[in-house]
Ligand binder design. Structure first.
Ligand code: SF4
Ligand code: SF4
Length: 322
């Protein structure tokens, strides 16, 4: 992979140009660390990972699928500006890869695809785990980015990962003069992020230790809302009260943690018990998706643990199972 060396001043000047020419979205520190459109590159904050991932820019929380007026259907044209995302960690880049598999490979979702096509993904590689809950190092994550920034204190090493990345380097070649040797695999290790000890949970479904988590779970669904890989949604129609013939069909995020999620006609609920819902999320992340697609859905970001109101650490629960 072609690699460049940029001193920090040049790297920040490069980001400034990106901000002028595109919508630049990067982490900022406010009430929480979160992705936002950047007005001033001085606001970019890279000390911690963001509380929410970038998922909502592609798989939106609320999307109008079509509007109806009697028998007339209007499909909104997906309009997404050209966006550059900077500061995405390896876990979230892999989260995007997994969502790409769901929304562009397994089906072709026009809303998701348009947002992805118009995006450039610029990663920021962690040298060590930014949170005690991270376990990305246990999950065989891959390189998936347009450009990746490796922070080496006084300078960045920048690796090209795709044609979109090459395009940016060529467009702004005034910043990319100094090449560097290829970064070796052992220079990409993220220290302190390898804490999931059991990689195969297929035989642990009936283990009594799940109770440690189930008893604390509130079925609040915060874990699925912060997760970069959860992709469940519901569709429903809303109509105008003044004219019920007019309205729209919308898609909104949903969660396997709420009882209604698996409710079908006749009021039958497939996962009525909290224990079944609690285990379903973890098994989908670490087992079922892998059975179907060959890789874990989970990317080990630890957000579902940090964002859980009762701090249920499912990694610790699995590690402690005898
Ligand atoms: S965030 Fe925690 S309490 Fe809420 S549903 Fe998820 S595991 Fe349960
Ligand atoms: S399940 Fe938890 S650790 Fe895994 S990707 Fe989702 S939020 Fe991150």
């Amino acid at each position: 992979m072609q690699t460049f060396k940029l001193d920090k001043k040049s790297a920040w000047a490069f980001l400034g140009k990106l901000k002028d020419d595109f919508e630049l979205i990067a982490p900022v520190k406010k009430d929480l660390v979160r992705f936002e459109t950047i007005e001033d590159t001085k606001d970019i904050y890279l000390e911690k990972n963001t509380y929410f991932s970038v998922k909502e820019y592609f798989f939106k929380k609320h999307e109008t699928i079509f509007q109806f007026d009697g028998n007339k259907i209007t499909v909104p044209v997906a309009q997404t500006p050209k966006r550059v995302f900077f500061g995405i960690r390896k876990c979230d880049l892999n989260g995007i890869k997994h969502q790409d598999m769901v929304f562009t490979e397994q089906i072709s979702d026009p809303y998701y695809t348009a947002a992805r096509e118009n995006s450039f993904l610029l990663g920021y590689h962690c040298n060590e785990a930014p949170s005690v809950y991270c376990f990305c190092g246990s999950l065989n994550l891959v390189d998936y980015y347009d450009l990746m920034f490796y922070d080496r204190k006084d300078f960045f090493l920048i690796e090209i990962g795709s044609e979109k990345g090459s395009f940016l380097v060529n467009k702004y070649k005034q910043f990319f003069k100094e090449t560097a040797p290829e970064i070796k695999a052992d220079e990409k290790i993220i220290y302190g992020a390898d804490r999931l000890e059991k990689k195969d949970i297929s035989k642990l479904y009936d283990h009594p230790d799940w109770k440690k988590g189930v008893d604390l779970c509130l079925s609040c669904s915060a874990c699925t809302a912060v997760c970069p890989t959860c992709y469940c949604f519901e569709l429903h129609d809303t109509v105008k009260t003044e004219n019920p013939a007019q309205g729209e069909r919308v898609r909104e995020w949903s969660s396997c943690q709420v009882q209604e999620f698996s409710k079908v006609a006749g009021n039958h609920v497939f996962r009525e018990k909290r224990e079944e819902r609690f285990k379903h999320r973890i098994y989908h992340q670490l087992e079922y998706f892998k059975e179907k697609n060959g890789i874990n859905l989970c990317v080990g970001c630890g957000r579902c643990i940090e964002g859980c109101p009762t701090r249920i650490d499912f990694v610790q629960i699995i590690n402690e199972m005898k």
